[in-house]
Design a protein around this ligand. Structure first.
Ligand SMILES: [Zn+2]
Length: 357
């Protein structure tokens, strides 16, 4: 508004008649000087206000803390699954990611670069993250971030990873507040597999929420990276036995069971405490498909049970790319966006909201 007013003043000065030119010129010069000073002051004030203004809080429930690996360090186009290649088993396997777009996301070159960018984005966007993976990296992030803004999560995919006793001890020690990512699908196992049951029982007893990978996997996961992976084991219905055995267990379905929307909606309808996150799918599958999927969940009445997540790994700008999908979702109201980006996670993880604002 201030700028508009000042430009109007300049235009008024310029609109003087030819006859009044000498006088108008002096007045115009004065006006321009005052206007210039005013504009500088207004710009400085708005910059100061911008710096003081806190971004509305965001919680990313799905971040992977990992050491940078030169074998997994390529750039990546968001929504890279928009054009899955027609491949042949006798040819070279298709590339998992592609870089054929105007602005591929750059992979971080080392751990420090990734950490610096993560912490600066978290500070700028007033973010909290739930992070699983390498405990040394998680501790480094905790030291660099504002207190309480990195919530450690203990991942487990099969009973060979850790004994039940060691797992229970780890959860009881207090460092880990969450269990996940649990990804039995990549092991060719159902989440209700009896071999995982004692681990879930420990989480239930200790009041620890659990995130389980269901669905997604990219294009050709079985051929390219994970021969044991089975699409059918991402079916949300496979959670029902587990949920029935552990009625107090708080479970969120990572990747929202994509693409099994009907099963996901049916499961959430029958099980009142199940939430989903939209991590991974939000930046990898075709954007229209992602929006349709989120819209369908909200339309089905589950807007209060969708958690925002990225599946953050190696590309620093992935956070902004993913948040942009929610920010620009014209099918969501302001309140629905705030639920997804923050309120639902506060409720699900039983957080003290005042500490994260
Ligand atoms: Zn996952």
């Amino acid at each position: 508004m201030a700028y508009k007013l000042e430009f109007q003043l300049i235009l008024n000065g310029l609109s003087g008649t030819e006859k009044a030119k000498p006088k108008t010129k002096t007045m115009l010069q004065k006006t321009l000087t005052i206007t210039g000073l005013f504009l500088v002051a207004a710009a400085q004030l708005s910059q100061a206000q911008e710096l003081n203004k806190k971004h509305l809080p965001i919680i990313d429930v799905h971040v992977h803390a990992m050491k940078m690996n030169p074998n997994f360090a390529g750039d990546m186009c968001p929504w890279f699954l928009s054009n899955m290649p027609g491949a042949d088993p006798n040819d070279k396997a298709p590339a998992f990611f592609n870089t054929d777009c105007a602005t591929p996301l750059k992979a971080a070159k080392n751990d420090q670069e990734f950490q610096d960018s993560l912490i600066s984005t978290m500070n700028r966007l007033n973010m909290t993250i739930v992070a699983s993976g390498d405990p040394t990296i998680i501790r480094n992030w905790q030291k660099a971030a504002a207190p309480g803004r990195v919530i450690p999560s203990l991942s487990l995919s099969n009973s060979k990873d850790m004994t039940v006793v060691a797992f229970t001890d780890s959860l009881s020690a207090g460092f880990y507040k969450v269990m996940g990512e649990v990804a039995p699908q990549y092991q060719g196992m159902s989440p209700s597999d009896p071999s995982l049951d004692s681990y879930f029982a420990a989480a239930e007893k200790l009041n620890i929420p659990v995130g389980i990978h269901m669905g997604t996997g990219g294009n050709g996961s079985i051929n390219i990276t994970n021969p044991k992976y089975r699409a059918s084991l991402g079916n949300p219905f496979l959670l029902e036995d587990l949920l029935a055995r552990h009625p107090k267990l708080k479970v969120w379905v990572m990747h929202a069971g994509y693409p099994m929307i009907d099963e996901m909606i049916a499961l959430m309808g029958a099980n009142a405490y199940v939430y989903v996150d939209i991590a991974g799918m939000i930046w990898s599958y075709p954007l229209a498909e992602v929006n349709d999927y989120i819209k369908r969940l909200v339309q089905a009445g589950f807007g209060k049970r969708i958690l925002y997540g990225t599946d953050h790994m190696i590309w620093p700008k992935l956070i902004e790319t993913s948040i942009g999908v929610i920010e620009n979702a014209n099918y969501l109201s302001f309140d629905q966006k705030r639920d997804i980006l923050f309120n639902n996670a506060v409720r699900f993880f039983r957080l003290d909201e005042s500490k994260y604002k």
